[in-house]
Structure formats: structure tokens, C-alpha cells
Write a protein that binds this ligand. Structure first.
Ligand code: ADP
Length: 203
């Protein structure tokens, strides 16, 4: 893993090149954005929520602040959400149409596979919910890579792996036009620059 990372740090592929030079099966369906997810006018943004779904710090706090009070009022009707799963709401004052609230695991380095299974569950459930609700463009925050402590490179590999697999299913082929990975900090930008070309290679 670390070798892979080092190799790509030597020759990083910029997201614009990755997307512009697209000829492989999925490149035109994948994007990388660095910045505040609350500014994105996509069909749905994916929040890194907690099991209460009642708001919190980090990206969750930013999403709730930007969406306004009505978001927490809708969330209060949902009865929380299990770790590794997700629920969908309206987006109120946000420029997106929907918010998908995914609950990532607190990273447990004694049981990395258990964490991986939960993180993969977030991405998979979010994509399934998207298709069920007619959401064709979806932007993911870096679920669990903040306060929950999931190593950025490992998290990016899980995210890309699940998304790639889903885009290849019938459901994904028909239902999803574009998936954007949203990064905020340098460590996550580096992780996606390393991992994206492995999963969605430029021609
Ligand atoms: P978790 O508890 O799941 O780790 P955090 O909100 O602490 O959730 O972090 C999740 C990711 O969201 C981190 O990569 C963090 O850098 C990023 N992040 C924080 N604020 C924003 C924002 N406004 N837009 C996009 N990403 C953000």
C-alpha cells in the first residue's frame, strides 16, 4: 500500500487530466472536487453523519448550517441510522436536491476489516438510495476520514472500489451519471490522486 502511494506521489495524475483524457469505461462518470461540499449543485451530496442524524461537527455541521433548521427537523423523524448505512432527506437551502446521510465507522485499527465493511456499506447504501430516488449525480464527502480517524488512503480505496463496482452493475449503469469525490484537506487530495488512477485509469 505505502509503495503504491509513493509511486503515485512521484507521478500524480491531476483530476482534470484524469477526467479530460477519459476514454476508459468510467472516467467521464468520475470527478474529483476540492472544497466545500455545501456549494455543490448536484442531485445529492453525501454527508458524513453520526448515528443520531441530528447534526454534529465537521462536514455534518457545515451541511446542517447551510441547509437550515428544516433539515434537522426532517432528520428527527428518521429514528437515527446504523453505522455502515445511510438515509436520504431533502436538502432545503442547499443547492443540491437531496442529502444522503451516511454513518461511517469510527476507525478501529484492531479490526480494520470490520471498519472496511462498514465504510463500504455507507458507499453502497448511498448509491442504492440515490438510484431509488432518481438521483443521477452524487457527491461524496470523505466519510470517516475526519474525526472518525479512517486513514485517507485506505478510505479512498474503499470508496473507489465500491463506486467502480456499482457503476458496472445494471442499476449503476442506468441510474448514475456522475460520482464526485469531495476532498477538503491535503491528505485526502493526495490519497485520491494516488488511488483514482488505479481504479479509473486514464487511457
Ligand atoms: P467523520 O466523523 O465521518 O470523520 P468529519 O466531518 O470529521 O466526519 O470528516 C469527514 C471529511 O469531511 C474529512 O475528510 C473532512 O476533512 C471533510 N470536511 C470537513 N468539512 C467539510 C466541508 N465543508 N466540505 C467538504 N468536506 C469537508
Amino acid at each position: 500500500l505505502s509503495l503504491l502511494y509513493k509511486l503515485h506521489k512521484l507521478a500524480p495524475t491531476t483530476p482534470s487530466r484524469l477526467v479530460a483524457g477519459a476514454t476508459s469505461a468510467h472516467n467521464d462518470r468520475i470527478g474529483l472536487f476540492r472544497g466545500d461540499i455545501t456549494h455543490l449543485a448536484v442531485d445529492a451530496i453525501v454527508n458524513a453523519a453520526n448515528t443520531s442524524l441530528m447534526g454534529g461537527g465537521g462536514v455534518d455541521g457545515a451541511i446542517h448550517r447551510a441547509a437550515g433548521r428544516q433539515l434537522v427537523e426532517e432528520c428527527a423523524t428518521l429514528g437515527g441510522c446504523e453505522t455502515g448505512s445511510a438515509k436520504i432527506t431533502n436538502a432545503y437551502k442547499l443547492p443540491s436536491d437531496k442529502v444522503i446521510h451516511a454513518v461511517g465507522p469510527v476507525y478501529n485499527d484492531a479490526h480494520p476489516l470490520r471498519s472496511e465493511e462498514k465504510l463500504a456499506g455507507c458507499y453502497k447504501t448511498a448509491l442504492e438510495l440515490a438510484v431509488q430516488h432518481g438521483v443521477r449525480t452524487v457527491a461524496f464527502s470523505g466519510i470517516s476520514t475526519g474525526v472518525y480517524g479512517y486513514p485517507s488512503l485506505d478510505a479512498a480505496m474503499v470508496a473507489c472500489g465500491v463506486v467502480k463496482t456499482f457503476l458496472e452493475t445494471e442499476e449503476g449503469r442506468q441510474g448514475i451519471e456522475k460520482v464526485v469525490f469531495v476532498t477538503f484537506l491535503d491528505k485526502d487530495v493526495r490519497a485520491y490522486n494516488a488511488v483514482l488512477p488505479r481504479f479509473f485509469p486514464p487511457a
